[in-house]
Design a protein. Structure first.
Length: 429
């Protein structure tokens, strides 16, 4: 009888769990092309730079320098003035270029009506409430409060009367959705979290006025979040940032809702909505206890309650998303990265994600941010160094990095850019 090859026990376990897609020569790797080097601003609007493109830009901007016209000069001056009006975290350190480019990309991706598109590549040229919320916080934390409020203003206009959000929206502000994806409950949580963070970044003298501006978003969202967790403190199942249908509650849904409930109380206090603030706080306490029981006791904050694989959503159980870490969440989050690691050095969305060798920059930058906020500066810098080294030739942060280290898919990605800005800001302290 032919002898079977000896396979390491860990690999056998991974195969049995469906963690490794095994091919003729070992674990499969997937190849995805780079869709663009970045996005540039022109007098006619943003334009993609195709892979391999090398546009001539005005110094210190994302504005194309067209020798045939001077129409772009004013646009370049506007971008420089915008950057100078705020702060650039890490401006005196090794991440100055990384953060500057990330901020300029966010400036280019946020449209005049506050529509913060995820990327400029057509299939990504939509507003996800999740991504937009992170963009708003990054803008607020760098001194661009008016821009942050415009982003939240867009979310207010498309928000359902019941406080809910669809998965994504057309950027024209019509509230129309581009496909039949199901609503994603985490959008309510993320928008509330962002509102709280934007208010916290506002000078104290202006907070009452800003709270009044955010009132419709927060009042509707808080009431919806309270209703979702009524009863046992846990909401119904919903798709989350994995963008797949779910019939079981994920940490990626309930943790953002908890973050939103925690953030809503102080905003509602400032608005004088005492009963609504009390309801939000009571719901937050109930949900926090429920999440600690369902996801923390034996599951180490994995994707599902009752025992599951590690997931990047474990970061959502820690600051800056929660006022304090949930019981056991720091240990679960710290342990999760090893199971999510990918060959090029970044992370996948979770240990249960397909084993195609691809690193995802949103999750890698999310871990940089979480590490920086929770005192693990070494990990934060290691992940930021990796992100810095895997940008496109234009300096844009791509969505994915292949197993060989090549940037892939869309660039820039707003969610990643926002997390990078916030991570370096957290390191600056």
């Amino acid at each position: 009888m032919p002898r079977r090859p000896v396979v390491a026990a860990a690999v056998l376990v991974a195969l049995a769990a469906g963690l490794i897609a095994w091919g003729a020569t070992g674990p499969r790797t997937r190849t995805i092309e780079l869709y663009s080097e970045g996005v540039v601003a022109t007098p006619a609007g943003p334009e993609l730079v195709p892979a391999g493109g090398e546009p001539l830009l005005h110094t210190g901007t994302r504005v194309v320098d067209d020798p045939a016209t001077t129409a772009d000069d004013d646009l370049a001056a506007e971008q420089r003035a915008w950057l100078a009006a705020g702060t650039v975290p890490g401006a005196d350190g090794p991440y100055a270029d990384l953060v500057t480019d990330a901020l300029l990309d966010l400036r280019t991706l946020v449209q005049d009506d506050g529509a913060a598109v995820a990327a400029w590549t057509p299939y990504w040229r939509y507003v996800w409430p999740r991504d937009a919320s992170f963009v708003a916080v990054a803008l607020a934390r760098t001194g661009h409060g008016a821009d942050a409020r415009e982003v939240l203003g867009f979310l207010t206009r498309v928000q359902g009367e019941d406080g809910s959000f669809e998965a994504r929206y057309l950027p024209d502000g019509s509230g129309a959705v581009p496909d039949d994806r199901a609503p994603q409950t985490d959008g309510t949580g993320w928008s509330l979290w962002a509102a709280g963070e934007v208010l916290a970044a506002t000078p104290e003298a202006d907070r009452a006025a800003v709270a009044a501006e955010l009132a419709p978003l927060v009042r509707r969202g808080a009431a919806h979040a309270v209703a979702l967790v009524a009863g046992d403190g846990l909401p119904p199942a919903s798709p989350d940032y994995w963008e797949v249908a779910e019939d079981e509650l994920t940490l990626g849904t309930v943790a953002p809702l908890l973050a939103g409930l925690e953030a809503a109380g102080p905003v509602l206090d400032l608005l004088g909505d005492d009963a609504a603030a009390r309801d939000a706080r009571d719901a937050a306490a109930r949900t926090r206890a429920a999440v600690e029981r369902a996801f923390g006791d034996d599951t180490a904050y994995g994707r599902y309650a009752g025992g599951s694989l590690p997931d990047a959503a474990s970061a959502f159980a820690l600051p800056p998303f929660q006022p304090t870490a949930l019981d056991g969440a720091l240990e679960g989050w710290t342990a999760s990265a090893a199971a999510m690691a990918r060959p090029a050095g970044g992370l996948a969305p979770g240990a249960g994600w397909r084993q195609d060798g691809i690193s995802w920059t949103p999750q890698t930058s999310l871990y940089a941010l979480t590490a920086a906020v929770n005192g693990d500066d070494a990990q934060a810098r290691e992940r930021l160094d990796w992100l810095d080294a895997h940008r496109t030739s234009m300096g844009a942060l791509p969505e994915k990095v292949l197993a060989d280290g090549s940037p892939a898919a869309v660039a820039p990605l707003a969610w990643t850019a926002a997390c990078v800005v916030l991570a370096v800001a957290a390191l600056d302290g």
